[in-house]
Structure formats: structure tokens, C-alpha cells
Design a protein around this ligand. Structure first.
Ligand code: 4AD
Ligand code: MG
Length: 464
């Protein structure tokens, strides 16, 4: 049901029989005039396709229609009839047209040609009115729903972790500060901080994990799905300062359990969007990435390779000579995107889960493995986008965790509440973070994270 009595274009096009007299509202995509008639292609965002509207010269409003062009908004009532034209089953024979808002054809930025992604980014206020970005917005919505659906079906509770925090979960120092002090007052001096809103330094969260752990250690299986913020000054096609993360956290689960979960979850949400948003996805398969369907099948049809970090490094060292990496590969250092992509796209040619990373490159909360030099961490790598998921088994042993925090120079007293989970009824537990935009990039074949977010926030860009 729509909120007024308007029929959506999607409903009009999907009808099995005539809906008789209907009323639609939308934006003109194109207009053609022929003798005594005008043909309008109307889009209202409900689906990719437009509804053809035929306006006879006798129809009230015809004169105004003739002055309209692309981008104008209209209300049309008329008869929903079978279309003799090719490529559509239904059309609308108008018996009344009302202009809601004209759009000056001289200055309307969306002309009937293909615009570059860069240009469209500069007009984010109109970008969703194009086929590609309308489809992107609908797929984004569908993918969100697919995540909620999966967790709901599997007995997880949706929890809300705070956006304002005093802690740096990842310990990488990529925090945005939040303050109410005047810029010229602000300083890290504790006496000044005491005057600030929270009486201590405050930040936008980089991850909801620590509070998700609290909830998992009471409720069993939970997930968050919210915005996260990172002041990484890396101007890459895969990093945004504000992005959305899905973070399941599971009590009584070990690393293998959440690798299974990540694989099943990714396959399930991709299949779900494919089922419900076929038409929109086809646009991306035709115009954005010709390999898209092959890549999606590859993920759906293959078991993900599970590869210890040490073996990943061995594989990458082997290829030296055959291929030149920009960054060196060495035991103890993190894998770069080029290394991840080599493993997935060339060596294995399917998704890869790398696990058991060196302790020294990972955050404090990851469970230390028996030999001490590695932690029970895992990253899921997909073709083209590289890392989509990062997660771990959490350190549930109080002494080991405290020692690790001290070694890292952390203020253990700030985490007393977190350590209580280990003091009182500690349990093995594990979780991960899935980068929503990274998965959306993979799903649509879009290369730049700026084109999967409606209003991307990246270094030096805070427009809209
Ligand atoms: O690997 P990350 O940093 O993991 C965590 O934050 C954990 N605390 C999550 C957890 O265990 N609950 O981030 C998780 C994922 C990455 O794999 C990547 O897909 C995405 O978040 N990500 C970004 N996506 C877009 N822009 C950025 N700047 C991103 N940084 C991370
Ligand atoms: Mg990571």
C-alpha cells in the first residue's frame, strides 16, 4: 500500500491484469512529442523501469505537458492498459495531468547521456534519479534487509552499540574527536577535558565490538548494524571515513564457528539480493562489470579456502619473481590489498579466509594461540575488494588479557567493565565485523566506495 492512493510504477508494471483507473506520481525521464500526442516516460524510484504515459492533446494539462522536460515532476491519472509497444506490458493513457514541479531543461544537470561517476558524485542531490544510482539505492536497502533477515532467522538479537565512546576499540588511533569546547579552548590537558561535555576525551566509535561482547555474554547471539567512523587518512577506493558495519558476536563460539558463520552469511545475503533485486543487479552486470555474475557464482558455488597466515605468506613469497608486489611480504607484517587480491583472484580463484595472524599486528582483545606468536584472528577476502570481514576469537582468560593490555601500554582501569566479563562467568566467544560497503561493492561490481554510499564521507569531502 502506498501512503496516498497513488499506484507505484513498480505495481503498474508488475500487474497481472489491468488495474483500470489509476493515479501515479513521479519524474519525467524523457518526453517525445508526436502529432497530437506526447509520450512521457515516468520514473518514481519504485523500480528501474519507467512507465510510459500517453497524453492526448485533448487531455486537461496537455499544454503544460508540452512545456515540460526531463526532471519535471507530475501527477497523472488515467487508464492502465496493455501496451502495444515493445519492451513493456502496460502503459497509462492519461486523462488528467498535473504538473507538480517544472525543471529547467537548460540547467537540469541530468541530460539523456551517460554521465561519469565523478560528475555524478558532485550532484549527490540528484544522483539517485539516474538508473544506476537508483538501482544502487534499492540494492543497498535490500542488502540491509537481507542481513537483518538472516540474523532474525538464526536466533540472533539485534543490539545497538553506542556511537559516542571514550575508547579506541581497535587501538589504531584513527579516532574522530567529539567535543563541545570552543576550538581555541580545546586541549588534551586533563583539567580542560574535565570541563568538556563528558569530562573526558570522547570519540565517534570505530567499532561496536566491545559493547557487543557485553551483550553476547548475556544474550548468547547478537549483532550490531550501525555506522562506524575512522579518521584513516587513506584516500583509497575502499576506505570511507563513515561506513556501516555488521558485527555479530557469539558466546560459546570459537574461531572456526565464526568462519563458518561468515561464509554462510555472505552466501545467504548475496543469494537473497539476487533473488529479490534481479532487475537492478542486471544493470550492473551489463554496464558496470561484465564479470559480475561469474564473480557472484564463484562465491556462491565454492567453499571458501581456509589458509593459516603463515601459509599465505609462503604462497606469496613463492610468486616473487613471477610478479612484482609494491609492498614486501614478510612473516610478521600485515597483508596488503595487492597480496590479498593475488591470493583470491590468481592463486586460489575463490574466496579465502586467512587466519592465525601474528600477535604483534592485531588488537588487544584477540585470543592468543598456544605458541603465543599468533592470535585467533581471521579475515575473509573476496575477489576485487579484498578484505570484507575481520574478526577473531576473543581472549576470555583474565590474566592473559590483562597482561596483553599492559604490554600494549593501555590504561587497564578504563576497561574494568570489559574485564568483568572475564571475572564473572567468562566464556569462549567470537565475532567479526563485516564492511557493508565492501560487500556492496563486490555485489554490484562498483570499484569505488564513493559510489555505493549515497553521501560518502572521505578526506576533504563533507558536502551534502
Ligand atoms: O577489520 P576491522 O577493523 O575489524 C573491527 O573493527 C573489529 N572490531 C570487528 C569485530 O570483530 N567486531 O573492520 C571490519 C571490516 C573490515 O573487514 C572492512 O570490511 C570494513 O570493516 N572496514 C571499512 N570499510 C570501509 N571503509 C573503511 N575505512 C573501513 N575500515 C574497515
Ligand atoms: Mg581488518
Amino acid at each position: 500500500m502506498s501512503t496516498n492512493n497513488r499506484t507505484t510504477v513498480a505495481e503498474a508494471l508488475a500487474a497481472r491484469q489491468s488495474l483500470e483507473n489509476i493515479f501515479i506520481q513521479g519524474w519525467i525521464r524523457t518526453k517525445r512529442d508526436s502529432k497530437g500526442f506526447s509520450f512521457l516516460e515516468i520514473n518514481d524510484g519504485s523500480c528501474l523501469k519507467n512507465l510510459q504515459v500517453i497524453v492526448d492533446q485533448k487531455v486537461p494539462g496537455y499544454k503544460q505537458v508540452q512545456e515540460l522536460g526531463t526532471g519535471a515532476s507530475v501527477s497523472v491519472s488515467g487508464r492502465h492498459v496493455e501496451s502495444p509497444g515493445k519492451g513493456q506490458n502496460w502503459e497509462l493513457q492519461a486523462d488528467r495531468v498535473e504538473v507538480l514541479g517544472a525543471a529547467d531543461p537548460e540547467t537540469y544537470p541530468l541530460q539523456k547521456k551517460r554521465h561519469s561517476d565523478e560528475f555524478l558524485r558532485s550532484i549527490a542531490q540528484l544522483r539517485p534519479r539516474t538508473n544506476k544510482y537508483g538501482a544502487m539505492a534499492r540494492i543497498r536497502s535490500e542488502l540491509s534487509f537481507a542481513f537483518h533477515h538472516y540474523f532474525h532467522e538464526h536466533g540472533y538479537y539485534y543490539i545497538h552499540s553506542p556511537v559516542l565512546t571514550g575508547l579506541d576499540c581497535e587501538g589504531a588511533g584513527e579516532l574522530f574527536r567529539v567535543t563541545c569546547l570552543d576550538p581555541d579552548q580545546y586541549s588534551a590537558d586533563p583539567q580542560v577535558m574535565a570541563e568538556d561535555f563528558f569530562g573526558q576525551p570522547a570519540y565517534l566509535t570505530v567499532s561496536g565490538q566491545l559493547t557487543a561482547e557485553v551483550m553476547a555474554c548475556s544474550l548468547g547471539k547478537v549483532y550490531t548494524f550501525g555506522p562506524t567512523f575512522r579518521a584513516e587518512n587513506s584516500n583509497t577506493p575502499r576506505h570511507a571515513a563513515e561506513f556501516w558495519m555488521i558485527e555479530p558476536e557469539v558466546a560459546f563460539a570459537d574461531l572456526g564457528d565464526i568462519i563458518d558463520l561468515a561464509e554462510d552469511l555472505i552466501k545467504s545475503v548475496i543469494a537473497g539480493v539476487r533473488k529479490n533485486r534481479q532487475e537492478d543487479l542486471d544493470l550492473f552486470a551489463r554496464f558496470v562489470d561484465k564479470e559480475l555474475n561469474r564473480n557472484l557464482d564463484n562465491v556462491l558455488d565454492n567453499e571458501f579456502v581456509r589458509l593459516p597466515y603463515e601459509e599465505a605468506v609462503a604462497v606469496l613469497k613463492e610468486v616473487r619473481g613471477k610478479k612484482k608486489f609494491e609492498y614486501p611480504v614478510d612473516l610478521g607484517t600485515d597483508l596488503q590489498t595487492e597480496h590479498e587480491r593475488y591470493l583470491v583472484e590468481e592463486h586460489f580463484q575463490k574466496p579465502v579466509v586467512v587466519y592465525d595472524y601474528p600477535t604483534q599486528i592485531k588488537p588487544f582483545y584477540m585470543r592468543v594461540n598456544e605458541r603465543g606468536n599468533t592470535v585467533a584472528a581471521m579475515d575473509v577476502l573476496l575477489p576485487r575488494v579484498g578484505e570484507v570481514v575481520g574478526g577473531s576469537q576473543r581472549e576470555e582468560r583474565l590474566e592473559v588479557l590483562q597482561e596483553r593490555m599492559q604490554d600494549l601500554g593501555m590504561r587497564v582501569e578504563d576497561y574494568s567493565w570489559y574485564l568483568d566479563l572475564r571475572r564473572f562467568g567468562t566464556v569462549p566467544h567470537s565475532g567479526f565485523g563485516l564492511g557493508f560497503e565492501r560487500l556492496l561493492m563486490f555485489l554490484t561490481g562498483v570499484h569505488n566506495i564513493r559510489d555505493v554510499l549515497p553521501f560518502p564521507r572521505t578526506p576533504k569531502h563533507l558536502q551534502f
